[in-house]
Structure formats: structure tokens, C-alpha cells
Design a protein around this ligand. Structure first.
Ligand SMILES: Cc1cc2nc3c(=O)[nH]c(=O)nc-3n(C[C@H](O)[C@H](O)[C@H](O)COP(=O)(O)OP(=O)(O)OC[C@H]3O[C@@H](n4cnc5c(N)ncnc54)[C@H](O)[C@@H]3O)c2cc1C
Length: 415
């Protein structure tokens, strides 16, 4: 008898984990609160940040044998430009796109190759968990909009339900060894759609349009895919920021990032003025990465301010969990998955990944581009060729190694 495994969340970490289990012949059931991303729009202008998949994400994509698929379906990533100069060249396989672009590639892979072993239940929102019994409570929404409550018991539950994880919140009430530390470092962002003159921009690069304003432009797939990119720019603020009028926004960007005005119509500037900002400064660290039968992956394991590593780290966490299953005995010939193996997998994963989560979260808290001192430090380090943050993108360097390198730079990192 195989063990029953549920995965809560059909985002990048949940889907990669399901694919890893399927590649070992192990069936999983995925519960996703939203509808299938292949049905819905691939982008939401309020949240369309361009994500680069670089080293850590590449490790995971390569691990599941999906490099060719990503090459076909996404924009190639060649690096980061600062005012038209390439500051971080990227020479390995890598891609740029929205979270939706990335999830769509993974869902297509599941549908085409692993549908016999991966069952995805869309519009199934998990509302509760008993971490020791392995019981999930969930609400299923039917096509006619009615809802039904269900519960089911599993041998193992993978929590991949993102930064607002319901399972994480409930685990703290049920498992004394599982504790959360939370803070808010004051980091908000607003996205602006770049809808004019973008033909001259090269979509293979993330582009820091002005060092002073730290406005980062990037492309995602358009309706026709990677050949038809749509452009957005990430603008950071220390708190929620609205503008009273179009004129206010124009004045703001004229000072902060004049280049952005070349790429935005009045319509988009007006929408930007009223657009709510997203709080991206919430940090949640956990004392360990499992509680009872639940194992935490991706943003559910750790949430931190974005430094281009959210999805990359999330996908790598799924790969590490799978490697731990192998080391816990599954790779031994004739091995059958049992409770002891699942427990060993959870402990090994915790030992291996927890230090990485603490390291990447420290780096995120030290690179809040809404804080003037953090911006000055980043620019000074760039000028001195000492910017260790570039190394977070590398496939061959762990986040903990980058953290130790930063720590060796001593006083630079006090604030
Ligand atoms: C403004 C911004 C900029 C960012 N920029 C970058 C970047 O440049 N590079 C980068 O790598 N990352 C970036 N990130 C972070 C990145 O989007 C996340 O780290 C990544 O999506 C985490 O993947 P995940 O699979 O762990 O969680 P998610 O992507 O959050 O997926 C979780 C899934 O679980 C589902 N879910 C949630 N609750 C439930 C429930 N109760 N029941 C069932 N399903 C549920 C959700 O619908 C979702 O599909 C950015 C994030 C933000 C907000």
C-alpha cells in the first residue's frame, strides 16, 4: 500500500513537489483554492511582476527535466541591466515571466505527463488541518457557485499554500515545537503597466530604470506568448502610496525615474495613482519546517521581502524535499514508502533547508529598496564590485554561503 499524500497549493512549489513524487511513481492529490490558471487571464496588472528564474529555480527545473519546456514557453533571461548597462549577465538557461506564466508551464507538464499520478482539485480551499492526525478540512466550490465542506485524512501533507499559509497558522496552535516569528519591515510596492514605446526594450533583461528610484522593469508573456511581451515596472515605497491626480504622479516620476514616463500613457499613470500597493515587507520565519504530518515548502515555509528569490527558493525547496526522500531510503532498491521514511524525509529536509530559509530571509531584510540606506548600500557595493547579492542567483552557491560572505563584509551590513 502506498502512502496517501496531499499537497495544499497548486503554485510553483506545490506543483514541482507533485511532479517530483510522480517521477518516483508516487501519487499525490493537490488542493488549489483558485481556478485552473490555464482558464484564467495570465496576468493581473496589479500583481504582474516579472520574475527571473535563475540558479536555484534552474536547479529545480533541470531536476524535473523541464528545461526544454521552459525554453519554449517563456522569455529567455540574459541578466539585469542598470541604466542600459548589463550588471548581472546570466549565461545559463534562465527565463523571465509572471508567476502565472511559470505555473502554466508546470500545469501543462502535469496534464501531459503525470495526470495518472497527480490529481489537482481546483476551487478547493483548505480551511483547517489536524497536523497530528493528518486530517484536512476543505471547502469545494461547484461550477454553479455552491460550496461543500469535506474532510480527508492523509499520511503526509505538503503545505505549499504560500505566504498567507492557513496550515502554518494552525500548526502553531497544535505543535509546540513549531513556532513563528513575524515582523513587518515596511516595504510596499506598486506595479505600473508600461504601454508605450516598449518595442525598443529587450525583454531578456530585467531593467533597473533609475538607480535612485529603484524602479525595475520586466517583461512577461503576452497573449501570443514570449514573442509578444507585456511590460510592467515595480516601484517600491515604504508604505501604502496613493496619488491625488495624474499631475502628482507625473511630478513624482519626473523626479524619481524620468525614463519611466517614456513608457507609460496617461491612462496607465492614472490607474497607477489609484492602485493599492502590496505589502511585500512581511517576514515570517518558523522554528522548524514540519509539524506533525505537515511539511512546509516555498513561501509557506518562509516569507521574506523579495530579492528575486521567492519562486527560485520555493522551487528549490521542493527539489530538496525530494532528494531527502531519496536519502531517507526511497532510492534503495525495493524500498516501499512508509511512515518512518516520511518522518525521516521531513527531518532531513528541515536540517538541510531551514538554514537556507534563515539566510535568504536575512538577505531579504537587508535589501529593502524602500529604505534609503539599503539603496545606498546596494549602489555602493555595485560600484565597488562587492555586491554579494548577485551570488543569490547562482545555481552552485547556497543562500547560506551568500549570507556568510555578506557577514564577512562586516560593518556594511549593520543597518
Ligand atoms: C511584488 C512581488 C514581487 C515578487 N518578485 C519576485 C521575483 O522577482 N522573483 C521571485 O523569485 N519571486 C518573486 N516574488 C515571490 C514569488 O511570487 C513567491 O515567492 C512564489 O510565488 C512562492 O511560490 P509558492 O508556490 O510557495 O507559493 P504561491 O505562489 O503563493 O502559491 C500558493 C498557492 O496556494 C494556493 N492557496 C493558498 N491558500 C490556499 C488554501 N487555503 N487552500 C488551497 N490552496 C491555497 C494559492 O491560490 C496559490 O496558488 C514576488 C512576490 C511579490 C508579491
Amino acid at each position: 500500500m502506498s502512502k496517501t499524500i496531499a499537497i495544499v497549493g497548486g503554485g510553483p512549489s506545490g506543483l514541482i513537489s507533485a511532479i517530483c513524487f510522480a517521477r518516483r511513481g508516487i501519487a499525490t492529490t493537490v488542493y488549489e483554492a483558485l481556478d485552473c490558471p490555464l482558464k484564467a487571464a495570465t496576468y493581473n496588472p496589479n500583481r504582474s511582476y516579472a520574475i527571473d528564474i535563475s540558479g536555484h529555480g534552474l536547479n529545480a527545473i533541470d531536476y524535473i527535466g523541464a528545461v526544454d519546456r521552459f525554453n519554449k514557453a517563456m522569455i529567455q533571461f540574459d541578466g539585469v541591466k542598470l541604466e542600459d548597462k548589463v550588471v548581472t549577465p546570466w549565461n545559463e538557461p534562465g527565463w523571465i515571466g509572471s508567476r502565472g506564466d511559470i505555473v502554466s508551464v508546470l500545469v501543462n507538464l502535469v496534464n501531459e505527463k503525470y495526470s495518472d499520478l497527480i490529481t489537482i482539485h481546483y476551487q478547493h480551499r483548505v480551511t483547517g488541518v489536524n497536523v497530528h492526525q493528518g486530517r484536512l478540512e476543505f471547502e469545494a466550490t461547484n461550477d454553479d457557485g455552491t460550496t461543500e465542506q469535506h474532510s480527508q485524512v492523509f499520511d503526509c501533507i505538503i503545505a505549499a499554500d504560500g505566504g498567507g499559509s492557513v496550515l502554518r497558522a494552525q500548526a502553531t496552535q497544535q505543535e509546540p515545537n513549531y513556532q513563528l516569528t513575524k515582523k513587518d519591515v515596511g516595504y510596499h510596492c506598486k506595479m505600473i503597466t508600461m504601454d508605450t514605446n516598449t518595442d525598443g526594450l529587450d525583454p531578456r533583461y530585467l531593467q533597473v530604470l533609475s538607480p535612485k528610484g529603484f524602479c525595475v522593469a520586466g517583461a512577461i508573456n503576452g497573449p501570443e506568448g514570449p514573442q509578444d511581451p507585456l511590460w510592467f515596472c515595480f516601484v517600491p515605497y515604504p508604505d501604502d502610496k496613493r496619488f491625488d491626480s495624474l499631475e502628482d504622479v507625473r511630478t513624482h516620476f519626473a523626479e524619481r525615474c524620468p525614463k519611466l514616463l517614456q513608457y507609460t500613457s496617461d491612462k496607465e499613470l492614472s490607474e497607477f495613482a489609484q492602485r493599492p500597493s502590496q505589502n511585500i515587507g512581511r517576514v515570517t520565519q518558523s522554528s522548524q519546517l514540519y509539524a506533525g504530518k505537515v511539511i512546509f515548502l516555498g513561501d509557506a515555509a518562509i516569507s521574506y521581502p523579495p530579492i528575486g528569490q521567492g519562486i527560485n527558493g520555493a522551487m528549490e525547496s521542493s527539489m530538496i524535499l525530494d532528494q531527502c526522500l531519496g536519502r531517507a531510503g526511497f532510492d534503495t532498491e525495493g524500498a516501499v514508502i512508509d511512515d518512518q521514511m516520511l518522518q525521516q524525509m521531513a527531518k532531513m529536509y528541515n536540517d538541510r533547508w531551514h538554514p537556507e530559509t534563515m539566510a535568504v530571509s536575512w538577505l531579504g531584510m537587508k535589501n529593502v529598496m524602500a529604505k534609503p540606506w539599503h539603496k545606498v548600500r546596494a549602489l555602493a557595493m555595485e560600484a565597488l564590485n562587492m555586491n554579494v547579492l548577485h551570488d543569490t542567483k547562482r545555481s552552485d552557491i547556497a543562500y547560506s554561503e551568500v549570507y556568510h560572505r555578506a557577514k564577512k563584509q562586516g560593518p556594511f551590513w549593520i543597518l
